[in-house]
Design a protein around this ligand. Sequence first.
Ligand SMILES: C[S@@+](CC[C@H](N)C(=O)[O-])C[C@H]1O[C@@H](n2cnc3c(N)ncnc32)[C@H](O)[C@@H]1O
Length: 212
Amino acid sequence: MELVNPLAESYAAKYSSGETPLLRELAAWTRQNHPEQHMLSGTVQGRFLSLVSHMLRPARILEIGTFTGYSALCLAEGLAPEGLLHTIELREADATVARSFFDRSDKGGQILLHTGNALDILPGLEETWDLVFIDADKPAYIDYFNLVFPRLRQNGFILADNVLFHGQVLQETIKGKSARGIQAFNDFIRTYPGIETTLLTIRDGLYLIRKS
Ligand SMILES: C[S@@+](CC[C@H](N)C(=O)[O-])C[C@H]1O[C@@H](n2cnc3c(N)ncnc32)[C@H](O)[C@@H]1O
């Protein structure tokens, strides 16, 4: 289900800042060559991620679910001068594409790409996160949150993508493993103590969560 009216989406894109040439090339490459090109964050969400990052000037960013690297490059735009972004991708082929684009970015030296299952890699990352972007397999969102939250600094932020899951969470009966995983995550966050939240209706839904 298309949640945002396509006319509103293109109007929003028209009145939002554009992509850098490298992001435009990455998006075009992904659309032409990747069977799951729908996974790309896209221009409006990409600019939103960049703006959030610029607002926070984070020293440490974590991304779970790199894909071809679009959102990582957007988030990296706002990194503090000595800051680092860790991003985790399960599939070697996607990680290779992402690395090739990171290497062409002036932020490439600040991006640490981990290849493997985030559930195995996260316990070994001894960082204190300022900003976390969760965008990998939907049934594991609660596990990712539980692994990451103790390492999120006070007043740090988590953004979780696809929390409207193409409108499937609005149905009376929620079918499919991913949609059910997202619904379970949304219910979990709704009553979780010590956080402040807004569920933003940008693109496929973005949960913005602050550790209070
Ligand atoms: C929706 S895509 C990410 C899109 C990307 N953040 C962007 O906006 O361009 C989800 C990615 O998470 C990866 N993924 C799925 N399960 C994972 C896991 N357990 N650990 C790490 N990455 C995983 C998938 O291979 C896929 O590339």
